[in-house]
Design a protein around this ligand. Structure first.
Ligand code: ADP
Length: 413
């Protein structure tokens, strides 16, 4: 029995109920029927369960003795959702689990030991996408083999110190500003802008990227968009893009001149950076999606549409960018899966894509996050993330419910 796909033969799952009794799951809200003759029961997840317990919803996980473990991370959202669907939490060292939710990459020996009904939330070598330097190198390779124009989805980037000379040659033609980032950092840490190579501190391995200095502004503020991308398989490649996302706004109005390049509240849109600003405005009402420094992506799209922008084309380009980024790491990850992952259905992964839209409405990929934040500081976070995670769990159990917001953008045998 693959995880979340309930085997109707209860006894093989160690279920001690009478099988006639089990027929009651026919009409259970957490069960959908799949397969040609609609005979395979699969588990449906409800976002409401992230915060409240309902005996009926809980009964299914309990009946089938579903188990999960959380390793090297903390997620109230994931724990709440699974627990309230009747999943039982086991110790991080236990092997008796259906689902392992971990904050870091998995060691090959752990992957090799997975049984067919077990799932983990990472693929091996996902860092080919989620490390900024690897992502850029992989996309650069695609630019060389498939045409620069077709893969011009990331700002030009150099890895320092090794490519310092190339950077200086490029700088001679384009004086910037340029943006400096540590290779494997996150949340805006260690990021700054420079207008001259001699302002770069070379203590660690860093990236220097062309700064997109014409971001699309809303009310004069810069923003970027966090998109959620689910990959359920690399071979065949199955990519889903979640329809809803979050737009994160800077807290200081944007100034195109390079006078204020030191002001991170103007140039960086990370929540972790801007929440420290006294100008950060949060919103307490989950129904209001276009107020303060965090909006829903759909609210941004509605706003842009009203301004006469072609948001359909924009979202098509965003999907195109997602597919191309994943394709650039596909071979390495699929090869690692062949080497380390015993069963096709063992791995899935939710990536956080950070996208910046420029004033020409061109989306740029800034980075791909390995474990996108599931923190719910504002009610809007909970509203979006609870549905996004519930739909994800339904989908990895191969269940697509009617209100599922994941759109399949790539299915390739
Ligand atoms: P981190 O992993 O630390 O969040 P990012 O690459 O996402 O690093 O960059 C942090 C923020 O800096 C982004 O959210 C964006 O606002 C800004 N930024 C990053 N790269 C660029 C760029 N090339 N042009 C313009 N702004 C950028």
């Amino acid at each position: 029995a693959p995880v979340f796909t309930l085997n109707f033969d209860c006894s093989s799952l160690g279920c001690d109920c009478e099988s006639s009794n089990c027929l009651s799951i026919r009409d259970h809200p957490c069960i959908a029927w799949s397969g040609l003759s609609k005979s395979i029961p699969v588990l449906l997840f409800f976002p409401e369960a992230a915060v409240s317990k309902d005996g009926n919803i809980c009964s299914i996980g309990e009946r089938y003795r579903m188990a999960f473990k959380i390793v090297r991370t903390e997620s109230r959202l994931v724990r709440g959702l699974l627990t309230n669907h009747g999943f039982h939490e086991v110790h991080p060292n236990s092997n008796d689990f259906n689902l392992m939710w971990t904050g870091s990459h998995l060691k090959p020996y752990i992957l090799r030991s997975l049984q067919d009904f077990q799932k983990v939330n990472h693929f091996p070598r996902s860092y080919e996408l989620t490390r900024k330097d690897r992502l850029y190198k992989n996309i650069q390779r695609m630019q060389q083999t498939h045409g620069f124009k077709n893969f011009h989805i990331v700002p030009q980037t150099f890895v320092l110190p090794s490519e310092f000379q190339e950077f200086c040659n490029c700088f001679a033609k384009d004086k910037g500003p340029w943006i400096i980032k540590p290779v494997a950092s996150s949340r805006g840490r260690g990021i700054y802008l420079v207008s001259n190579p001699n302002q770069i501190s070379m203590d660690e391995n860093i990236l220097v990227s062309r700064y997109i200095n014409n971001p699309l502004l809303i009310d004069e503020f810069k923003f970027d968009v966090r998109l959620y991308v689910l990959v359920t398989s690399y071979d065949p490649l199955l990519i889903y893009v979640y329809e809803e996302g979050l737009a994160r706004f800077a807290t200081v109005k944007y100034d195109r001149t390079s006078k204020n390049i030191k002001n991170t509240f103007m140039h960086l849109t990370n929540y972790s950076v801007n929440k420290k600003s006294s100008d950060y405005v949060s919103c307490d009402d989950p129904e209001v999606e276009d107020y303060g420094n965090k909006w829903s992506m759909s609210a941004v799209l509605r706003y842009l549409k009203q301004e006469g922008k072609d948001t359909t084309l924009l979202m098509r380009q965003v999907e195109d960018l997602v597919i191309k980024a994943v394709l650039s790491a596909e071979l390495q990850i699929a090869t690692a899966c062949k080497m380390f992952v015993p069963h096709k259905t063992n791995c899935f992964e939710l990536y956080g894509f950070d996208v910046l839209i420029d004033s020409n409405l061109k989306p740029w990929l800034l980075e791909v996050n390995l474990s996108p934040s599931l923190a719910c500081d504002a009610p809007l976070d909970l509203k979006i993330k609870a549905s996004m995670i519930a739909d994800m769990f339904s989908l990895v159990g191969e269940c697509r419910n009617k209100r599922c917001l994941y759109n399949s953008v790539c299915i390739r045998e």
